[in-house]
Design a binder for this molecule. Structure first.
Ligand code: ZN
Length: 182
C-alpha cells in the first residue's frame, strides 16, 4: 500500500454516507460531488426514499400527489421515490458516461463507483429512463422530451435508455466487483 496514493485506501475504511457533498452543478441544477477521492468499487451512498408500486405511479402523478423527478426503478414491480424521505443520492445527475452505477445491496439501491473518482468530481449515473408501461419512445421523441446535456463525447442526446442495452450484471449483485461493460 502506497500511503501517497489516495486510491490505496480500502473502501471499508471510509465512513458510510460521508462521501457526498451537494452543490450547484454545471450539468443540471443541483448535483452530488465527491467529498474526497473515492476508489473504484466503493459503495458510496444508499438511494433512500419511499418505496412505491410502479403500477400506481401514473395515477399518483395525475392526481398531483407525486412527481417522477427522483423516482428510481428497482425491479419490475417496485420503484423508490427519493422526493419522500430521500437523501443526497437523489441529487446525482445523469451522464451518458457515468462514474457511478446503482446496485441493489441488502435489498436497497446503492450508488457504487464505476471508476476511481477524484475529490470534487461530480457523481453521475446513467438514468436509463424507461416508461412504467414499457412503451418505447422513438429516438427523436426521446431527445425532445428527455434531452441530455451531459457533455460526454458519447452522449446519446437523451436520458432514455438506449434501444439495445448492453448485457448487464444482475442488479441484485451484492458485491462491488462488477466490471463495467465496454
Ligand atoms: Zn448525455
Amino acid at each position: 500500500m502506497n500511503p501517497g496514493d489516495p486510491f490505496s485506501i480500502k473502501s471499508s475504511e471510509w465512513p458510510e454516507r460521508d462521501l457526498v457533498r451537494v452543490q450547484a452543478s454545471a450539468i443540471h441544477g443541483t448535483g452530488a460531488f465527491a467529498k474526497g477521492p473515492i476508489p473504484r468499487g466503493t459503495r458510496i451512498i444508499e438511494y433512500k426514499g419511499q418505496r412505491c408500486r410502479k403500477a400506481d405511479l401514473p395515477a399518483a402523478v395525475e392526481r398531483g400527489e407525486r412527481q417522477l423527478t427522483y423516482v428510481l426503478n428497482l425491479d419490475e414491480e417496485l420503484a423508490i421515490d427519493g422526493a419522500v424521505a430521500g437523501n443526497e443520492a437523489r441529487f446525482l445527475n445523469h451522464s451518458c458516461a457515468p462514474n457511478c452505477e446503482v446496485i441493489i445491496f441488502d435489498g436497497a439501491p446503492h450508488l457504487y463507483a464505476l471508476q476511481d473518482i477524484l475529490e470534487g468530481a461530480e457523481l453521475t449515473f446513467d438514468y436509463q429512463l424507461q416508461s412504467p408501461t414499457g412503451h418505447r419512445l422513438s429516438r427523436a421523441l426521446s431527445r425532445e422530451l428527455f434531452p441530455c446535456h451531459c457533455g460526454a463525447p458519447a452522449c446519446r442526446g437523451t436520458l432514455v435508455a438506449p434501444p439495445r442495452r448492453p448485457a448487464r450484471a444482475t442488479p441484485r449483485r451484492s458485491a462491488p466487483s462488477y466490471s463495467p461493460q465496454r
